[in-house]
Design a protein around this ligand. Structure first.
Ligand code: ZN
Ligand code: ZN
Length: 401
């Protein structure tokens, strides 16, 4: 499989009117950023040049920054140390088209676009899609790579060459720093669709049979948990109790505002028993990634419950935990990323749907973006404790100073 040339350190601008360099925030080692002056990329055929307007700051960015994760792998699957290969992070990207590559006719300079950060068969312009892209599982593509995660420079570069089919045109009904939530919301949509595609016993909709979910639980009220909560309420249309647990009082308060019943983790089991009249939950989402939280799951679920595993990590959680879930024959749904099929114009349909849910305010994004960081200085500050502020839920980098 051949990929088009990516944004690299070598492209040289030919038009003397255009700036020839960009200033990118490069992560050159664990917890160490440097501002690198790089050659401004040129759009290849089929690509557009996107100037970043806003980038959502994601747990993944913070994990890579702190050295807890590194998804830039060599051919043998070994993570390449940052000191050997610096990374430019940022994968929740909204930007403005500033230049069209050859052959692009369905975008124009000045368009604001949401970027699907996943490079897959459609991005590469392949005539025949791999089996995963063909089945609408684009983020499992056999040739999958991601801006800002797998070593391909991401939104913190400020300017990126992006395949036009990865760019979903948006109106400006909501600001760029809220539209960045389309990516995590796309992941949540994918996760819910995957769970709903299983022949589960308990369901939010009983059109295809099954019994009604009576009590739902969301573990973790970070951005993902709050998006799941809103999805359960406002997309699945569930009006029974949704208990949301989180140790952070600010997150619990927001969960209450968004239609959940927030509970501290140590009170969760008692609350679930009470609100479900002893039945326990028929539907549970794990959105914390914490091992100790995962350990609570067996005590919270009803037999044959649906368990959606979304958080990643679960350090220190032993595999015996799985046996306890197995005893209850839970339907476990595992998902990662924002896989989806392609619209007739080649765009990722799930990003488009996520964007529309935010634009028509079915999903309230504004409440989730608690912090905005301006300019490259502000962006660095976000990683140097800015995300530890009281009341921090999720940050967005706003490129303008
Ligand atoms: Zn993300
Ligand atoms: Zn593919």
């Amino acid at each position: 499989m051949t990929w088009k040339r990516e944004h690299n350190y070598l492209g040289i601008s030919e038009n003397p009117m255009k700036p020839t360099t960009i200033r990118a925030l490069a992560l050159v080692d664990v917890r160490r950023f440097e501002i690198h002056e790089l050659a401004r990329p040129e759009p290849n055929a089929g690509e557009v040049l996107v100037e970043t307007e806003a980038v959502g700051l994601c747990g993944t960015d913070f994990h890579i920054h702190s050295g807890h994760a590194n998804y830039n792998l060599d051919d043998s699957g070994r993570p390449i140390p940052l000191a050997e290969s610096p990374q430019i992070l940022g994968h929740e990207i909204v930007g403005r088209v500033v230049e069209l590559g050859a052959g692009v006719s369905d975008l124009a300079e000045g368009d604001s676009v949401l970027v699907d950060q996943g490079l897959q068969c459609m991005s590469a312009g392949l005539d025949s899609l791999c089996e995963y892209c063909a089945s609408g599982d684009s983020h499992q593509c056999e040739g999958y790579r991601e801006y800002g995660i797998t070593g391909v420079p991401g939104g913190f570069a400020g300017v990126l060459g992006v395949p036009a089919v990865n760019c979903v045109k948006r109106d400006t009904a909501i600001p760029a720093d809220v539209a960045v939530l389309s990516e995590p919301l796309g992941c949540v949509l994918h996760s819910m669709e995957r769970a709903n595609s299983m022949p589960t016993r308990y369901r939010f909709e009983q059109t295809g049979g099954g019994q009604a979910v009576q009590t739902a639980v969301v573990l973790g009220a970070g951005p993902a948990g709050l998006l799941f909560l809103q999805h359960i309420r406002r997309v699945s249309g569930f009006d029974g109790p949704v208990l949301v647990s989180d140790p952070n009082p600010a997150k619990r308060e927001l969960a209450n505002d968004l239609g959940g019943e927030a509970v501290a983790p140590e009170q969760l089991e008692a609350a679930v028993l009470e609100r479900s009249n002893g039945r326990r939950a028929e539907f549970l989402v794990e959105a914390s990634g914490s091992g100790s939280v995962y350990a609570q799951i067996p005590s919270l679920i009803r037999k044959h419950a649906t368990v959606v595993a979304y958080g990643i990590g679960h350090r220190d959680a032993g595999l015996t935990l799985l046996s306890q879930v197995q005893w209850k024959e839970a339907f476990m749904s595992l998902s990662v990323g924002a896989s989806g099929g392609f619209d007739p114009d080649g765009r990722p349909s799930i990003y488009r749907r996520a964007l529309h849910l935010l634009q028509d305010e079915t999903i309230q994004g504004d409440a989730i973006i608690s912090h905005r960081f301006h300019g490259l200085d502000g962006l660095q500050r976000a990683f140097e404790g800015g995300n530890k502020d009281a009341g921090y839920i999720k940050g967005a980098w706003v490129v303008s100073e």
